[in-house]
Design a protein around this ligand. Sequence first.
Ligand code: NAG
Length: 438
Amino acid sequence: MEFLNPPLFLFLCFLLSSSYPLCSATPHLSVSNEAAIDYQGFLNWAREDELFEWIKRVRRHIHMNPELAFNEYKTSKFIREELDEMGIEYSWPYAKTGIVATIGSGGRPILALRADMDALPIQELVDWEYKSRLDGKMHACGHDAHVTMVLGAAKLLQKAKDQLKGTVKLVFQPAEEGGAGAYHMIQEGAIENIEAIFGLHVDNQLRTGAIASKPGPLLAASGRFVAIIQGQGGHAVKPHKAIDPVLAASHAILSLQQLVSRETDPVDSSVVSVTFISAAHGHAIIPDKVTFGGTLRSMTSEGLSNLARRIKEVIEAQSVVHRCSASIDFMEKIGRPYPETLNDDGMYMHVKRVGESLLGEHNVHLSPPVMGAEDFGFYSQIIPSAMFWLGIRNVSVGSYHSLHSPHFFLDENALPIGAALHAAVAVAYLESQASRFH
Ligand SMILES: *[C@@H]1O[C@H](CO)[C@@H](O)[C@H](O)[C@H]1NC(C)=O
């Protein structure tokens, strides 16, 4: 057992002597300077050489060994070994590779910190010492950093475990990228009894040292579809003997453009994009069928299901006009639709205040909503949630490429910031809610 570092020790002393006002329950209260918790202790400690070196090692190990959705077996094992090393208990597996670890009293209040573990089927094109060792797989969405920051928070919180005024759960989930890992975690009971959840996502648009988010809907509800239009093939010079699915598909795709432009309230954001189309190749042959598909987005789940209903109607009706038949698959089983990520006002304010205290008010920004999607949305439908962007942009380091780019690169200076923010959000949450249970 190690001794407490001086900064953390000071932090704890301060914590015990301070009375942090309720955040989530009473969002109008503000933290006075006198009452502010010394979050800086966490950040200073996370930036100290020993811890920072460990943090970088953890992240680089995960970065070099990326695993795709629901195959994060080695990553999961690595995380469990780190938890074992820290003496933190956990249960697993959830949804094949998921882990839920527990720090603190075991009782209420209970807050969860979430990290996603999966990588992307992308070939890394960044040449650096810790490049992905696996061809065609890459942590190009920063999930390696997400795992590392929650493990970093674990290290900070574990030192303070006896003083925690409740329980912090660490939720390591599989398959954020399209596999709805969060949904499967919930189905298997991973967030039972958890009262609120917090998650960070790295952001290449935001400078290192800054964070951003917004109350209410942050990310879109998202679905995908594949349509098959069936006609009857034939020779292209005898079109009257065939039933042309290419023409039907063309009309259907054009008609889909009207769902957003003519049927959606202009102040509501939504997207319908057809992103692929395929049929048999041949200049003089009318194919039997055409397959096409794409994505649909809306800021509400209701908007998403309306779009889905109309996509089906439009494709089917346009097929009938052209004597074809259509089948449309919304991929509910593999690639299940994601609900919108909805930040709870109280949780948002809580993280914002902690962030301002930790990083300075000038480093906490209001984010616009984004039409991207996150399976964090599944948690946000059930319990008060907040997701924040964590800045990783530093042009001199080269960390400015977009997420999912083969050139994506992370500024590792963001890692201790994320770890400290996770820990501070958790400690302050327990502190603010503890009075409800004692
Ligand atoms: C960006 O990186 C450089 C080189 O490491 C460093 O000197 C600078 O302070 C960093 N800027 C930010 C905003 O972190």
